[in-house]
Design a protein around this ligand. Structure first.
Ligand SMILES: Nc1ncnc2c1ncn2[C@@H]1O[C@H](COP(=O)(O)OP(=O)(O)O)[C@@H](O)[C@H]1O
Ligand SMILES: [Mg+2]
Length: 416
């Protein structure tokens, strides 16, 4: 026990749960973005090259759930904004057309750039094209007739919609025209536009091929516009199934677990700012538990902080916190996803977990069928629906794996 009253007061204050710096949660900005310097500087090079009219591929971040793709995407967006780029971000959803979200994102990017443009009329013209693009997306009735006026969504753009530009109804043609015109505004003022697409694996097939075609066209024109995507590990397969040239179009960055140093830094740096330290044994135990997965680093770090009585945080604190953190993850991180599955899908996932073991290795779909005593074709609906729900993915034909780290382990510990 310290007898120094100043230190005593500091210690008590520091372990205050109100000051707990850790931030488990989807898209939650971490108190320290650890281990992503490589990706951040790669993106700086991309921005710099595009600003100089050099050819550059679009970036796509891929990885499991909870590795920090959304957070990194947001950070890349901040980097673009701080260079004066226009930016917009969308989160793709299954069964949703990209028209509205893309038009809102470009509207936002143009609002950032527009005031710096010398010719407001030409900016207004491009906004008219954005509006035309958005309005063309109105769902037609089954007869092909346009929907009633009252069902129409208004993009909130104060200029009249353009005609004959980005309004053909063909997504590929329209997107190329829209993005070229928007990029033109950026080019006029020596800037660029970055369009961020999260959960990109959920973009509909027609829209995926339109995005690929647009990126292809824009890079040939040397237009200062890039798409930066993020998605699950099978996103490269989704893109190349759509356009064979997509491998040359996108630069894939695999976002993975944090190395030991980075995982330690993610814990130590925020605590240090609150005057709290970790014993080496505590860091060892935390790395064991979190396995370098950023979401888990935050989750275990947060509970450990609340459990610890004082600084330095010890291995005993972690031992006390771990079951609590695990129980919280079982409900919030794993359970919330498990709950989305139907009984047939749950059965499928339990079979995957048995076969893949606690390490969550990819398994053969044929083996899942054998272990359930079923014909492979009869399991396709369950598998396809699990893929659509984003719980599993197929990186290679005939294989299947969990998108959520440690999900196999969770299922083995929670038999139905
Ligand atoms: N580089 C990092 N260092 C520390 N924590 C991180 C890092 N990246 C993400 N996190 C944390 O991990 C969690 C998941 O991040 P998120 O971006 O939502 O992952 P994903 O989009 O890949 O599912 C969040 O709580 C976030 O604060
Ligand atoms: Mg995410």
């Amino acid at each position: 026990m310290s007898t120094d009253p100043a230190r005593e007061r500091h210690t008590v204050l520091a372990m205050d749960p109100v000051r707990n710096p850790y931030a488990p949660g989807a898209g939650q900005r971490p108190p320290e973005l650890a281990g992503r310097d490589g990706e951040l500087s790669a993106f700086d090079v991309v921005l710099e090259r595009i600003a100089h009219g050099r050819p550059e591929r679009s970036l796509v971040l891929t990885g499991l759930r909870g590795v920090g793709k959304t957070v990194l995407l947001n950070q890349l967006r901040s980097a673009a904004i701080s260079r004066g780029w226009g930016t917009g971000k969308i989160e793709a959803r299954p069964d949703q057309s990209l028209r509205r979200p893309v038009s809102s994102a470009l509207h936002m990017a143009l609002r950032e750039l527009g005031p710096r443009h010398g010719d407001q009329e030409s900016v207004a013209e491009v906004l008219g094209v954005v509006k035309a693009f958005a309005m063309r997306g109105q769902p037609a009735g089954s007869s092909g007739a346009p929907t009633k006026v009252r069902d129409r969504w208004q993009p909130g753009i104060d200029v009249p919609a353009a005609t004959g530009r980005a309004d053909s109804g063909d997504m590929e043609i329209d997107l190329v025209e829209l993005l070229s015109d928007a990029a033109g505004v950026a080019a006029d003022i020596g800037s660029g536009i970055a369009l961020f697409i999260d959960e990109m694996q959920d973009v509909q097939p027609d829209d995926v091929s339109a995005i690929c075609a647009a990126c292809h066209e824009l890079s040939q024109q040397g237009s200062p516009l890039i798409v930066v995507g993020a998605g699950l590990p099978h996103l490269p397969a989704v893109l190349s199934a759509s356009k064979s040239y997509s491998e040359r179009l996108f630069r894939y960055l695999r976002i993975d677990r944090l190395e030991r140093d980075a995982a330690d830094r993610a814990l130590i740096a925020p605590a240090g700012r609150e005057g709290v330290e970790f014993e080496q044994g505590a860091l060892d135990a935390l790395y064991d538990a979190a396995d370098g997965y950023p979401y888990f680093v935050q989750a275990y770090g947060k509970v450990t902080w609340d459990v610890a009585a004082s600084s330095p945080i010890t291995a005993a604190d972690v031992a006390m916190a771990a079951p609590v953190a695990e129980a919280e993850l079982a409900v919030g991180f794993f359970g919330s996803r498990y709950d989305r599955a139907t009984p047939a899908e749950r059965e499928y996932m339990h079979a995957m977990a048995e076969l893949g073991g606690p390490g969550g290795a990819a398994v053969l779909t044929s083996e899942v069928a054998v272990s359930l005593g079923r014909k492979p074709a009869s399991l396709s609906p369950a598998r396809d629906s699990l893929i659509k729900k984003g719980l599993v993915y197929s990186a290679e034909r005939g294989q299947i794996a969990f998108t959520v780290p440690h999900f196999g382990r969770y299922l083995l510990r929670h038999p139905d």
